[in-house]
Design a protein around this ligand. Sequence first.
Ligand SMILES: [Zn+2]
Length: 204
Amino acid sequence: MPSSIWRGLYFIPFFDTLFAMTQTKLIIFCLILLSAVSHAQTTLENLLEPIWKLTLLDASTNNLMRREYAGYITLNTATNEYGIDSVVPGRWTLPGVGARVTVPDRPPDIPANPTPLDKPIYYVAWFHTHTPTTHVTFPHRPVGPSVEDYGISRDPRVNVPGFVVDFVAVQTNNIPPNSIPAGLSTNAPFMIYDISPPSRRPLP
Ligand SMILES: [Zn+2]
């Protein structure tokens, strides 16, 4: 068979997968792809910014509701590239309620039990986004990792350091320190907070 046909066959499962994806998964996939193409050098910020943008987009398009996203950061030791994987949305949340997301179990490394000759992909950290307060009905909320978030880093199902993408705190007299008020614009500055102390990931 000519090599071009082999190439064609190679793409069939790719397109099958693409069509089988739900709309949300497809958007995440495209954003990740776009981010990977536009940034040869991956940094934490350009890995997580597309997921932050998706969180903001959701909050501005879905009847005042909002939802968090969570996933994992991978390190491919064959290419020395970081990536993101296993990204899931949380439930749609009403304006009067705090948003949360169920973090998936940390997937096994690839391969799960590497030999010294392998160049594995390791799942090195988990991440999630917090949601905008544009339409919330409570007056303010704290920014950065919650007590529960620290617990997730230590949870045996996860057991790696974490990151949360959230707004930069707003300093005013009307709200507590390290908080943002209700009605904050989705264009307000954001940052990546680490969820430390890192847990002790079992050595592969
Ligand atoms: Zn959180």
